[in-house]
Design a protein around this ligand. Structure first.
Ligand code: ZN
Length: 275
């Protein structure tokens, strides 16, 4: 999510000027952002959380080794791939229903993709009943561009943006951030960004949102497509199954025929989604 700032009556991206470089306290940035007109409209938060719970989150971003659970991997891959799809629009995902694509596109255009994706992910993971602590976090990222880096020339010393992400136990899992690193090749327009989304340059700050906030978001998303929250989650889980089985069939991901199917049916894969 981007932060806009008014300069001479014109709205510009905050990262496009040097404004942020003289700010010392991240918490002041957070308060100012959350209270700005641009975000008060759509960004739900329990404002008292900012003071109480605001903290810098450890820099470790999701690693593949965390993906020991296939259901979790299925959900993560789905949301990462769809985020990449709407941000860069390069992959053809013809088999994904257009209504689902439309949801992602709408939130990307609203500048709220990170909120949407992480609300969806945290509720889908909760349904799995894994023995993990899921926390939906709202806050912001701060990137300190290294000296002599290309992005420092373009953006100045640092970039700050409102952001939502998820913490699974002690690790940030964030499909909208991760999609950058997972799907690039040299020559792609996003290539220069990737080199600097390393954990040492990026800091995540935030506060844990209440269940209430998560469900209020979800209720709004489900309502947009005339569904209950339950139906909405099932619809996304179904598409996640479709995307995952396509990845297996194309050889992108290996999955044994005799393994229990990733969809949660309890049947063997060869008797379920392989067919
Ligand atoms: Zn299945």
């Amino acid at each position: 999510m981007e932060m806009y700032r008014e300069v001479n009556g014109k709205k510009i991206l905050a990262r496009d000027n040097a404004y942020w470089s003289d700010i010392k306290k991240p918490i002041d940035i957070a308060k100012e952002m959350v209270n700005s007109d641009v975000f008060r409209e759509k960004w739900l938060t329990s404002l008292e959380n900012i003071e109480k719970q605001f903290q810098r989150v450890p820099a470790g971003v999701l690693s593949k080794s965390l993906m020991t659970d296939v259901y979790l991997e299925k959900i993560f891959r789905y949301l990462m791939r769809m985020s990449h799809f709407v941000i860069f629009g390069k992959t053809q995902l013809d088999y994904i229903p257009s209504s689902i694509k439309q949801e992602f596109k709408r939130e990307n255009e609203n500048g709220m993709l990170c909120v949407y994706v992480n609300v969806l992910m945290s509720l889908l993971i909760k349904r799995l009943d894994l023995n993990t602590l899921i926390q939906f976090i709202q806050g912001f990222y701060k990137i300190d561009f290294p000296k002599d880096s290309f992005n420092r020339v373009v953006h100045g010393e640092m970039a700050v943006g409102l952001h939502a992400f998820t913490i699974l136990d002690n690790t940030i899992i964030d499909p909208t951030l991760q999609q950058i690193g997972d799907n690039f090749s040299i020559g792609d327009s996003e290539f220069m960004v990737i080199g600097e989304t390393l954990p040492s340059f990026i800091s995540m700050y935030g506060w844990v949102e209440s269940e209430d906030v998560v469900y209020r978001y979800a209720e709004g998303y489900a309502k947009e497509v005339n569904m209950s929250i339950h139906e909405w989650l099932l619809a996304h889980d179904e598409v996640a199954n479709l995307l995952f089985s396509t990845a297996i069939k194309s050889g992108e991901f290996t999955y044994g025929r005799n393994e229990i199917c990733f969809c949660g049916s309890g049947k063997k894969y060869k008797k379920c989604h392989l067919i």
